[in-house]
Design a protein around this ligand. Structure first.
Ligand code: MN
Length: 211
């Protein structure tokens, strides 16, 4: 299992999973993502995954394990799909909030840009491939910038699925479930994705995740 960041400790208090704090206020991502969207997405959707996870693992041998341990232990097991989905969605959402920043967008550091250029040819090509993955993820899911071996690559996952189970190290993600953008962009997923890539994407977080 690839270990990225220390999200599990922020998501746990004793044996209970808790809603980890947002790294900014509800209004911080406006006008790209409205406070209305953020408050529903974080306060209702993300929070519901936390509540469900607590209910599902209570009195099982998974209670009190880290999110990564639960994700690893339940991935691909049909009888554990509910636990996997909720644990992975808690993790994915924490990763998504940190993938965005009010001071994001623009260009990565010279070191990260060079690594991106080595993998994609140009930063623009990387962003285009990232947006294409977000657009072609049919239905609900996630688009990811990942480290695959020593190469930076793009991935997409359906529903709650995670690159962690595919031996890929997540660097950034964009949530493409409709709840992430519908209040602000309705069916225009492409506008949501491109505006995030131009204005909010947190290249510093990607660089920190290179490990
Ligand atoms: Mn979401």
């Amino acid at each position: 299992m690839i270990n990225v960041n220390n999200f599990s400790s922020a998501a746990q208090s004793g044996s209970q999973y808790v809603l980890a704090p947002l790294p900014y206020t509800d209004h911080a991502l406006e006008p790209v993502i409205s406070a209305h969207t953020l408050s529903f997405h974080y306060g209702r959707h993300h929070n519901t995954y936390v509540t469900n996870l607590n209910n599902l693992v209570k009195d099982t041998d998974l209670a009190g394990k880290s999110l990564e341990e639960i994700i690893e232990a339940t991935a691909g097991q049909a009888d554990k799909a509910g636990i996997f989905n909720n644990a992975a969605q808690v993790w994915n959402h924490m990763f998504y909030w940190h993938s965005l920043s009010p001071s994001g967008g623009g260009e990565p550091s010279a070191a990260l840009k060079q690594k991106i250029e080595a993998s994609f040819g140009s930063l623009d090509a990387c962003k285009k491939e990232f947006a294409a993955a977000a657009m072609t993820q049919f239905g609900s899911g996630w688009a990811w910038l990942v480290l695959d071996g020593d190469k930076i690559a793009i991935a997409k996952t359906a529903n709650a699925d995670s690159p962690l189970t595919k031996n890929l190290r997540p660097l950034l993600t964009i949530d493409v479930w409709e709840h992430a953008y519908y209040l602000d962009y309705q069916n225009r997923r492409i506008d949501y994705v491109n505006t995030i890539l131009d204005k909010l994407i947190n290249w510093n977080f990607a660089e920190a995740n290179l490990g």
